[in-house]
Ligand binder design. Sequence first.
Ligand SMILES: Cc1cc2nc3c(=O)[nH]c(=O)nc-3n(C[C@H](O)[C@H](O)[C@H](O)COP(=O)(O)OP(=O)(O)OC[C@H]3O[C@@H](n4cnc5c(N)ncnc54)[C@H](O)[C@@H]3O)c2cc1C
Length: 411
Amino acid sequence: MVIIGAGAAGIVAAWKAATDGAEVTLLEKTNRIGTKILISGGGKCNITHDGPLEEVLRAFRPNEARFIRPACYRFPPSEIVRMLTDRGLRVYTRPDGRIFPVDQTAKDVVAILAQILGEVGVRPQLQRTVMGVRREGDRFRVMTESGEVEGRSLVITTGGSSYPNSGTTGDGWAWTDALGHSRVPIRAALAPLITDPEPAEGFPGVALRDVLLVGYAQNKEVARWRGDLLFTHHGLSGPTTLGITRVLAEHIDDGECRVAVDVCPDRQFEDLGADFQAFVQEHPKKQVSTWLDGFLPDRARAGLAAAANVDATIPVGQLPKKDRNRLIETLKRWPLGRVAEVVLPKGEVVAGGIPLTEVDPQTMMSRVCPGLFLAGEILDVAGPVGGYNLQAAWATGFVAGESAARWASDS
Ligand SMILES: Cc1cc2nc3c(=O)[nH]c(=O)nc-3n(C[C@H](O)[C@H](O)[C@H](O)COP(=O)(O)OP(=O)(O)OC[C@H]3O[C@@H](n4cnc5c(N)ncnc54)[C@H](O)[C@@H]3O)c2cc1C
């Protein structure tokens, strides 16, 4: 059998298939296995997510959770952790459930995955780019830059199309089109945003902690995410941004999308008004920006005051009431501009891909092309940040490898 792509899904598929006795040809475009795993989690690799499986599944959209459920029960988060820790990796779980290597390096994860492949005799063929795939009778012919390979079953795990430098340029979808599949349009998810206007000069690199970022499409709220927000040169990034971009990318072609941040999500307008009043009583001569100090880092204060059209240098005691109200309103809803672009190539995953209705979730076999198996990000599954996407890739890869090995030996 042939597996295309030695990322998270392809590696586990190859390991499982070889464990079950299949002769596996694993073809990889880049010069190493797990190229994207190496950059995952900022190089630290958030391997998977801890907690009751049903809770882990709830992080996905309902149809996606339904689809990956059987695979995640076959290969739950504890299994990938066990595979890695049995071979010496030490891991820890953050309070939010995200599991990382203790030594904070994805390299250790990939080194163990290489060892695991070696244990079952799989030698990945690196820098072997697949150019096309053809079905001939009950066999698949796979064309590479350096000759053809063939097999009775074929597993395509070429991933998505973000971070194209890591080898993922969306190649697999052209082949699945030719094999009879349709495609859900590819869109960005977990991606940074370019905003218009761009954040004022002096902003890039500023982070707001524990804020609520809200996305609007045609003035209606469509997404919200609480956490940290990062200003970049051209827009926004950080967990809150990544948390709302999938939904924004779905709306952006239909009309204007905008974003706004609530800097104090746990406090109400009246509460902030009372806070301001108390500050005025105690320090009437201090500047407005000193009061804002309690809510925002230095460089962001001027930006917020400008957005509220308030002079942050005047003493709080002299701030007219309507300006004070506008300032507090802006703390609760600071407009950060129009979404000019959701930057797909810089997204951690893409949404869209092979429609889940075209794949059997029990086996990962294509419903339109028997003998073809699909796993990982090539499928229309995109979880949030938190180890969910690797979990989906490990689990669907496991089932695809197992079923493809069985198909190859049965047929
Ligand atoms: C910056 C970043 C950080 C991330 N961090 C995390 C994280 O911490 N936790 C998490 O759960 N998820 C994370 N993700 C998402 C996660 O990495 C992916 O969802 C996951 O790797 C998908 O696995 P896959 O096996 O489907 O595809 P990939 O891991 O992308 O593997 C696909 C492989 O196919 C190969 N390939 C493509 N085309 C061809 C071809 N023509 N011929 C041969 N080979 C080919 C590619 O070179 C690649 O190696 C992150 C993603 C990015 C970009």
